[in-house]
Design a protein around this ligand. Structure first.
Ligand code: FRU
Length: 336
């Protein structure tokens, strides 16, 4: 059962309020997001005139999937005049993200949504916000421990496992040489997509499959392209590339194309944005991708519940789908 700690302490007297305002000033807090009160506990009314302030800390906006997440959050929030969304972009730096979370808390938000870059460095600021009584929704990538209100995201281990199973089946009895390009391994989806993949591909049951090259491309297409160039240089035979996201798979494809080898191997990614991964599959650039929903709409839904003092589960698991050369045009295939 989730430990819901979203009841903000109320300042009992104006003397206390003045003290809190002084403390906020001393801590270098910036003006309170349009709110007249002065403390980390915002206590907005949740009306059109005085909407709840929802702070969103996004780890970066350099990748299409994160741009989509923010779009999904904004579209869902726009339907609710009783909330106001304040978005921060940490530009892919954990120290920046940590500072931005602290800033949002000091500015007086009613609820925090965070999609953290890495688990360890963001655990403490998230726990501190939570301990102050601010409801915290952790979205997509996890933090350590349980000092947050709810986690929303798809099951990355399952997605990795499904990719592994698909790859084993596609390579068949003949097997082949596989390259794995990992997402940032200090982030939980990278760890889970790797662990799930190893379960799904089951190398013991498929001795003709070999993982010949593994590298951490940190979710970034240019890194994936560079790592793939090294893989190509040292491996005369590569049959398939499994990348932990679609930008990674596309980067690998570009590297293979550069050396004229793209037709001799298959490329598998994760994310399946309609205008990115799914399009790559339709274009024959990738042979498969697995959906990784952004959870933007679900996060706003949970935020509204929490702000209205309703309970939400400690974890909300989002579903996935596969898109292959056969199924992409038909809208993919649900994975139960
Ligand atoms: C974007 C991204 C996605 C990936 C997700 C994992 O930053 O790399 O491509 O699915 O993060 O958290």
């Amino acid at each position: 059962m989730p430990r819901l700690r979203h009841l903000r302490p109320l300042l009992a007297s104006s003397a206390l309020a003045a003290l809190a305002a002084l403390a906020a000033l001393a801590a270098g807090a910036s003006p309170l997001l349009g709110c007249k009160r002065s403390s980390a506990s915002a206590g907005h009314a949740g009306t059109k005139e005085d909407p709840f302030v929802v702070g969103m800390s996004q780890c970066n906006l350099g990748e299409p999937w994160r741009v989509q997440m923010n779009e999904d959050l904004k579209a869902a929030a726009a339907k609710h005049p009783e909330i106001r969304l304040v978005l921060k972009d940490a530009q892919n730096r954990s120290d920046t993200q940590r500072a931005q979370v602290e800033e949002l808390v000091n500015e007086g938000i009613d609820l925090l949504i965070i999609s953290p870059k890495e688990a360890a460095p963001l655990t403490k600021p998230v726990a501190e916000a939570f301990k102050k009584g601010i409801p915290v929704i952790v979205l997509d990538r996890a933090v350590e421990g349980d000092q947050f209100t709810t986690f929303i995201g798809a099951d990355n281990k399952k997605i990795g496992r499904e990719a592994g199973k698909w790859i084993a089946a596609t390579l068949g009895d003949k097997g082949g040489n596989v390259v794995e390009l990992e997402g940032l391994m200090t982030s939980t989806p990278g760890q889970d997509r790797h662990a799930g993949f190893l379960e799904g591909i089951d190398l013991k049951a498929h001795p003709s499959i070999k993982i010949v090259f593994t590298a951490d491309m940190q979710w970034l297409e240019p890194n994936a392209r560079k790592e793939m160039s090294s893989a190509l240089a040292t491996n005369p035979q590569i049959d398939l590339v499994y990348a932990h996201n679609d930008p990674g798979a596309h980067g690998a494809f570009l590297a293979a194309k550069e050396s004229g080898r793209e037709k001799s191997m298959k490329f598998v990614g994760i994310d399946a944005l309609p205008h990115e991964g799914v399009q790559y599959v339709k274009d024959g650039v990738l042979q498969a991708t697995f959906a990784y929903p952004t959870g933007g709409a679900e996060a706003i839904d949970s935020a509204l519940k929490l702000l209205r003092k309703d309970t939400v589960p400690k974890q909300v698991v989002l579903g996935t789908k596969s898109y292959t050369s056969e199924s992409a045009a038909k809208g993919g295939e649900a994975i139960p």
